[in-house]
Ligand binder design. Structure first.
Ligand code: NAG
Ligand code: NAG
Ligand code: NAG
Length: 522
């Protein structure tokens, strides 16, 4: 952001503060020569965002898609909210190392207004705001992956005009965005974020950092908790952990066949085509992939309690695993497992409207993927079919349902999507547990899609006697109540093995950091 914009912003802030102060005293009598919308950007988010939400219908708050900037196309032109004449173009830097975006803003409708833009590819999201009439530049120093350059050459960088009142929200997201930027995907950014926002400790373990597992000590139903801390998946898991309060970001489950061979059932396994699907693969294959995974996974094995293991119906578990094998990962209900309550699931600055904003931008960037991720699930909640995100929002307003309430409607396990039943990594395991009789008589009143990973490892169904853990479990110093089998940091699973299952559990649970307090029987 050039310094002249900074200066203008500062002046505007001072002017607005004065007006706000005066406004308190003279109230309506003062004919404020400013539009409310102009003032919103500089107010603290806690004030601006609710005002914005009240002044507008949800549809107006959606990011407005301005166009895509491709290196081969000429510039694009559009009318902004503040500046009426805008043009922009993109130029690849020499040797296509990165790119520069040129955005020219002219003809502001008032001297206090500003326009706020988000620039996005599926690989990055960045934003800037403009106060002055002139040419602004925005640099992409490098590409996240060669695929990003290809994407930009073909589809361009998408430009979205945001409601300017969102500035406060974006400013408070500064902490989060580096997780998605080039340098921020490093391990340190992830660890620092989790330490700061979740109170994670990441104590280094003593060597060895990998265990030599004897498959004969592992049984059907034993749970694998995985925590990735580096790279693209690391960044994604970090956010998932933060919003759900889970100290693990991925899960898988062990299965023994009739011959005593060990297998791993996993939803979210990447196949050769790069698709995330459900598989059952031999333990050795899974372990080898884990060992060479560049997201630096930390892995714990959580053995089932002997009493639960004794009643575990292995035939039923295998039947379920085979019936799901090859199906896609459950994107449909991923986000709904953590949104249970209207206000208590969004760590600030996230809120329902920011969630829709992100959804609407993503719809533009990756239409197939996002239809998959939420459109079908939202249609199910409305009892409609085939509405796109925009129509869904219009429909909810027509019916007088606030959008945030729509998001909290619990997912039903029997909902079937266009590509079959949808199960995330943990829903897959819990559905298997359900089939295998782990939940006993309350099975039918457990909605597994409402469980986060944290909800799963908190269940009191795991081994509770340390002396019965296999001897290859942990290294000498760990003394963990479960088996950490891989990783340089000591895994923490707060609340592990403490919660007896009950009917309708986890359907109305808040999840607010940093404590993630969980009322009993929510
Ligand atoms: C580039 O320009 C052509 C012709 O004007 C248009 O059809 C195409 O959609 C544009 N591409 C993008 C990514 O905007
Ligand atoms: C285990 O599951 C199979 C398949 O669902 C079923 O036929 C069998 O009766 C079950 N066994 C027990 C002991 O419940
Ligand atoms: C733990 O397991 C050991 C070995 O099976 C047994 O001797 C001990 O009594 C158990 N402790 C508890 C608290 O159940």
């Amino acid at each position: 952001m050039p310094s002249s914009d900074h200066r203008r912003l500062r002046h505007a802030v001072v002017a607005w503060m004065l007006i706000a102060l005066l406004g308190c005293e003279v109230g309506e009598a003062l004919k404020v020569p400013f539009r409310v919308n102009d003032v919103l950007p500089v107010l603290p988010r806690q004030i601006s965002w609710p005002v914005l939400n009240n002044l507008h219908s949800a549809v107006d708050l959606l990011p407005y898609f301005v166009g895509s900037l491709t290196p081969s196309n000429a510039s694009i032109k559009w009318k902004g909210a503040c500046f009426y004449d805008n043009t922009a173009k993109i130029e690849l830097s020499p040797a296509s190392q990165g790119a520069v975006l040129y955005v020219k803003t002219e003809a502001a409708h008032s001297w206090t207004c500003m326009d706020l833009y988000v620039f996005a590819t599926p690989y990055r999201i960045t934003w800037d705001y403009y106060f002055s009439s002139r040419e602004h530049t925005l640099k992409f120093d490098s590409w996240e992956e060669p695929a990003e350059l290809e994407y930009v050459k073909q589809h361009g960088v998408s430009v979205f005009l945001m409601p300017s009142g969102m500035l406060g929200t974006l400013l408070s997201l500064i902490d989060v965005l580096p997780l998605f930027s080039n340098t921020g995907w490093g391990q340190n950014a992830n660890l620092e974020f989790l330490k700061k926002h979740m109170g994670a400790t990441f104590e280094k373990r003593s060597q060895p950092w990998r265990a030599y597992i004897d498959p004969s000590d592992v049984h059907s139903g034993d749970f694998l908790a995985v925590s990735k801390i580096r790279g693209r998946w690391g960044g994604f898991e970090t956010l998932e952990k933060w919003v759900t309060g889970s100290f693990a970001g991925h899960t898988a489950v062990c299965l023994k066949d009739e011959l005593g061979n060990l297998w791993v059932g996993e939803s979210g396994h990447e196949n050769e085509k790069g698709e995330e699907i459900i598989v059952a693969i031999p333990w050795e294959e899974w372990w080898e992939l884990a060992l060479k995974d560049n997201s630096n996974p930390q892995i714990a094995l959580l053995p089932l309690h002997p009493e639960i293991r004794a009643k575990f119906n292995n035939t039923a578990a295998w039947e379920y695993a085979r019936s799901m094998s090859g199906k896609p990962y459950g994107y449909h209900n991923m986000i709904f497992s953590w949104i249970d309550t209207v206000a208590d699931n969004y760590p600030p600055p996230l809120d329902a409207h920011l969630v829709i904003s992100v959804m609407s931008m993503w719809t533009r960037l990756q239409p197939a993927y996002s239809a998959n991720m939420w459109n079908e699930a939202l249609n199910k909640r409305l009892g409609t079919e085939g509405l796109d995100l925009h129509d869904i929002i219009v429909e909810t307003e027509k019916r007088g349902i606030p959008f945030d309430e729509l998001l909290t409607i619990p997912e039903q396990d029997e909902w079937e999507y266009s590509d079959g039943k949808s199960t995330t990594c943990v829903a897959f395991i819990l559905s298997m547990y359900k089939e295998a009789g782990v939940f006993g008589p309350i099975s039918s009143s457990i909605q597994v899609t409402e469980f986060t990973i944290r909800d799963a490892y908190m269940l009191r169904i795991f081994e509770d006697n340390q002396t019965r853990l296999p001897r290859w479990c942990n290294n000498e110093n760990d003394q963990l109540p479960f088996c950490q089998i891989l990783g340089e940091y000591r895994m923490e699973l707060p609340g592990y093995n403490t919660l007896d299952p009950y009917a309708n559990m986890n359907e109305y649970c808040p999840s607010l950091p940093p404590i993630y307090d969980r009322p009993s029987r929510c």
